[in-house]
Design a protein around this ligand. Structure first.
Ligand SMILES: [Zn+2]
Length: 298
């Protein structure tokens, strides 16, 4: 009987104990932990690839998650074979950006719904990453997969802290800062650039990452736009074509204003930027918080 009192905890007991412990709040000087969600394997790159490359270059931990496997995104290919191709493209894009992980969830493209099951997938990813920053599209978009990605991620703000929700994955002790990536949709309300990041220093990396999504940038998207016959065959020529398509376009006036807020006079020379809007459901950051989370403005 006496020995029972001091019996060492079993392995299972230790695992249960570990699961019950909430993820620690990261120290102020610890590397940032950022997680970006997109609907398809290329959306994170398009929305936040430049900012992700800047974070990664400073030693911060960035993870991209595509909520669908992209198995509908092609005019002549599809199903499992396309999903495999796009997963490989995403891995290569992540490698080129220098981010820590690019995970592609095995939900069907074109069929994403804001279900409890997918919400739980998102909650677990945010918790496992111990994310301090979460980025996702707004829930206003022409594509239902994009729209529901916005809804799903928004629905995890707060829930990531509730221990009895997904109790198999330790809850966060502090709500992350949730941000929306930029879009051009006006209704019911336009995107508001609370933070704008100059990405000129890494625009080549972003273009190289997009170049890894061959099935998209050189095949599917030009086919959708009816310009497939304008895509050069030669690799150097098509990379130049992609750069022309995806960089150096005029910056919207409200984003330019946001750049001036964060960069001061230097904003005038910025040619490429990514912007983000603070979601009011997550932790509400102060200006000092945003300067720590986006350490690019000095
Ligand atoms: Zn997409």
């Amino acid at each position: 009987m006496g020995s029972a009192r001091i019996r060492p905890p079993t392995l299972a007991g230790l695992v249960l104990l570990a699961l019950a412990v909430p993820a620690a709040i990261p120290a102020a000087d610890a590397p940032l932990r950022v997680i970006v969600f997109g609907a398809h394997p290329d959306d994170c790159d398009l929305d936040a690839g430049g900012t992700a490359a800047l974070w990664a270059a400073k030693g911060h931990a960035v993870k991209f998650v595509a909520l669908t496997n992209g198995d509908a995104g092609h005019q002549t290919e599809g199903g499992g074979a396309l999903a495999k191709r796009r997963r490989a493209e995403a891995q290569e894009a992540g490698r080129r950006l220098g981010i820590a992980e690019y995970e592609v969830l095995d939900n069907h493209d074109g069929e994403l719904e804001p279900t409890l099951a997918v919400r739980q997938q998102v909650i677990r990813r945010i918790r496992q990453w111990n994310a301090e920053v979460v980025i996702a599209p707004r829930p206003n978009d022409y594509h239902p997969d994009h729209r529901y990605t916005g809804v799903l991620v928004q629905d995890t703000a707060y829930m990531v802290m509730v221990p009895n929700v997904c109790p198999d994955t330790p809850p966060l002790r502090r709500n992350p800062v949730f941000l929306y990536s930029q879009d051009g949709f006006e209704r019911p309300n336009p995107f508001r650039p609370d933070v704008a990041v100059a990405i000129d220093a890494v625009i080549d990396k972003k273009i190289q990452a997009l170049d890894a999504h061959v099935s998209q940038v050189y095949e599917w998207l030009p086919w959708v736009d009816g310009v497939l016959d304008t895509v050069p065959r030669d690799q150097a020529a098509r990379l130049a074509w992609l750069r022309d398509q995806r960089s150096g376009h005029p910056i919207a006036e409200d984003v330019r204003r946001a750049l001036r807020t964060w960069y001061g006079a230097r904003a005038g020379t910025v040619r490429n930027a990514e912007a983000f809007e603070v979601c009011e459901y997550g932790r509400r950051p102060t200006e000092a918080d945003l300067r720590r989370l986006f350490p690019f403005f000095d």
